[in-house]
Design a protein. Sequence first.
Length: 281
Amino acid sequence: MSETTTTILEPPLPIHREKPATDVPLPSQHSEDKSIISRAWRHMLEDVRPSGFVEFELVFLTFCTGIQDAISFPDYHCFASNQTGNTVFLFTALVLPWLDGDSFYVPNIGSALGFFLLGGWVTGQISHIVGPRVRLWLLCCNLIQSILVFAAAALQFKYGVIPQGTVAVIVVGLLGFASGSQVVQSRSMKMTEISTAMATAAWVDLIIDPKLFKVQNRPRTRRVMFLLALAGGTLVGAGIYRTAGSATAILTSAAGKLLVTIMYLFNSAERPKKTEGDANC
């Protein structure tokens, strides 16, 4: 008899395929991330273009300035932003020293004026180096100003309103530094009609404008908006001072300045100037 052989078929071994690592970003993702970062960085380094949106931002800052000055004089007998009055009071005290503590407080005036000048000097000199309208600089500068005003509000919430003394000098100094920085920065926008603080020049330039009653007169319109914003901010600041106290008024002003800081992210950029080679193409 012939032997029969049986062959046992073994099932095929399963094939293990390596799964692609999902946690490792693809090269295209790397390039896309770098592209987003580079675009954001270029956006921050662009020069902000003077525009109608910038006008609105400066007018809004003027409104916040009005709120500050509405409480600084009743509380501290000096102005946080209006340095004309502070200068007059300071030199009046040299001749009439007995008025110190009655009509005004010399240490507060000296702090407001001194820190206003310091804030303007620091902002102006750094602007010459980094560029006065670079978006990143505008953001950082306005953020610092907002922090200073928030700090002044925090001191008032903690210690209350102390007309004289160390706390008063610090509060006035914080507000003065922020105001000086703000005024210098507003001039870099090539809109000198909106100084965000001083009203005397705006009043004079308005009434002597030969095109005062012309429909198309942008400088006149800017001066009117500036004066209305300063007056409106003063009225609002006085109202908050009367109903909720000066600390709340300063806090409101700080919140407004912080809002403008965020708004600088959305300003249009200055168009790059064409080089001589591009013009010939």
